[in-house]
Design a protein around this ligand. Structure first.
Ligand SMILES: [Zn+2]
Length: 318
């Protein structure tokens, strides 16, 4: 079986971004991929992350079209909040085995237009809910929302952020938990500012690491260089937070640090249908390790040609 997966944290995407953007994304990766023991009614409160900016780069891959569309629609719902109004927005993403999304995710945004200036606090909420439960959740909210005139089909539900507009902060905050029922502890952490605070704190702590990673990627040349820079940042993230991260568990893609250092000399990154994929194979003969071999990578390539001659490729940086 070829070893390949999407990269959860692709350091090549950050070449033109600033330190703050990298630190913020590393922090959200930390919460998103964190292994959590606390689960309340299928929700992992410790893994909720806060964001108040939308990603600058959206995927243009055909398989990611729905999520790119959803992100653009979310942006337009946020920025069409009328003057002096507040808006509660729900966007859902059920599990999708085809794209290796093993979990559901609910995105909830609380938006405010104050004198024409629009700000928002949004929360990514990982959940173990199956597709039926996610769609039922949407269908419960929809009749109470601004989009109450027609019921959404499944394909629409995943690209349609559903807004409900209010005209006072207290209306918004008291309605949010009633309109979007979640375990009390989840709403407590969100409305008390606890989630914001822990995300901000972590982003701040990660700033020097983001800086180091950016300067390393500036001189990176091969796929393996980028994976190494990413793995260093992920390891620092784990050291600082004490989180155990697993890309496989969250389905957000393989972590750089999950690719062993011996294997990193055999890493190529290639563009595939569902995004950037990591592929571990010999650049000379195309040999690919089995999962068993991957755990204990040989120092040189054991691939053989048709005459039985061993390739013997030794990665320079591996
Ligand atoms: Zn080889």
């Amino acid at each position: 079986m070829p070893i390949q997966d999407r990269l959860a944290f692709d350091t090549r995407l950050y070449l033109r971004l600033d330190t703050k953007a990298v630190a913020t994304d590393l922090a959200s990766l930390g919460f998103e991929a964190k292994l959590s023991e606390t689960e309340i009614d299928g929700i992992y409160p410790e893994r909720i992350w806060h964001y108040d900016h939308l990603p600058e780069k959206l995927s243009t891959d055909p398989d990611q079209l729905a999520s790119t569309q959803a992100a653009l629609n979310l942006k337009s719902q946020i920025y069409s909040t009328p003057p002096e109004a507040k808006r509660l927005i729900l966007l859902v993403s059920p599990p999708d085995p085809k794209l290796n999304y093993r979990e559901s995710r609910l995105d909830i945004a609380l938006v405010e237009n104050h004198g024409g200036e629009i700000t928002f606090n949004a929360y990514g909420i990982p959940a173990s809910w199956d597709e039926t439960r996610v769609l039922n959740y949407v269908r419960q909210f929809q009749p109470l929302s601004d989009l109450n005139s027609f019921p959404l089909e499944k394909s629409e539900a995943i690209t349609t952020p559903i807004p409900r507009t209010f005209y006072s902060q207290s209306d918004l905050e008291s309605a949010a938990p009633r309109y979007l029922p979640l375990p009390n502890e989840v709403w407590r952490q969100i409305l008390s500012g606890e989630v914001n605070k822990r995300c901000e704190d972590l982003t701040q702590q990660l700033t020097p690491i983001a800086q180091a990673m950016l300067s390393e990627t500036l001189t990176a040349k091969t796929g393996s260089d980028f994976v190494k820079a990413g793995a260093k940042a992920e390891k620092a993230l784990m050291r600082i937070t004490g989180f155990r991260l697993s890309g496989e568990f969250s389905g957000c893609g393989l972590l750089n640090s999950e690719i062993s250092s011996a294997a990193s000399g055999f890493v190529t990154l290639q563009r595939e249908k569902n995004g950037i994929c990591v592929k571990i194979k010999c650049p000379l003969c195309g040999w690919e390790p089995t999962e068993e071999q991957l755990k204990n990578m040989p120092k040189s390539c054991p691939g053989k040609d048709k005459d039985g001659k061993v390739c013997g490729y030794i990665p320079k940086s591996g």
